[in-house]
Design a binder for this molecule. Structure first.
Ligand code: FE2
Ligand code: FE2
Length: 149
């Protein structure tokens, strides 16, 4: 699979989880979905930073360099929110607000990736490289998702 298609698939999966969490008020279900979102995001940002972003950086223009630095900073903000999630009370009034803010952060980031970074990567890296990167992303995601026991 193309790297960009694999990452887009993961974006869709996370957005679906956000939709689900908006629809439920049951604290236990909210907690489960919140953990699920955190795990998905962790795997996703890790494989982007380990495999995809360094490959995109090889394009080597100043614009790409700036875009990638910004993307990593956005991941960092996501990480800060994720760190807080285990302490978030799914029964609290603030739960919806926290989820909405995290969702909007992700939406903005995904938009920049899908509208700017991915099309550029496809153009400049070429078909073969993009599909080779896709295989590596898929394999690494599989390893990260595997239960560590
Ligand atoms: Fe990202
Ligand atoms: Fe992404």
């Amino acid at each position: 699979m193309k790297a960009t298609d694999f990452l887009k698939k993961q974006h869709r999966e996370v957005m679906k989880l956000f939709k689900e969490v908006e629809k439920t008020e049951a604290p236990r279900e909210r907690k489960r979905l919140m953990t699920d979102i955190a795990n998905h995001l962790k795997v996703h940002t890790t494989i982007e930073e380990e495999i995809f972003y360094p490959a995109v950086k090889e394009i080597g223009t100043e614009k790409v360099e700036d875009m990638m630095l910004e993307a990593v900073e956005e991941h960092h903000v996501v990480d800060l929110v994720l760190e807080e999630l285990p302490q978030v009370d799914p029964a609290a009034d603030t739960f919806d607000a926290k989820m909405t803010v995290l969702k909007e952060l992700i939406e903005h980031h995904v938009e920049e990736e899908q509208d700017e970074i991915f099309p550029m990567a496809e153009r400049k890296l070429g078909k073969e490289r993009i599909s080779e990167l896709g295989d590596r992303l898929e394999e690494r995601a599989g390893a990260l998702e595997a239960p560590s026991a």
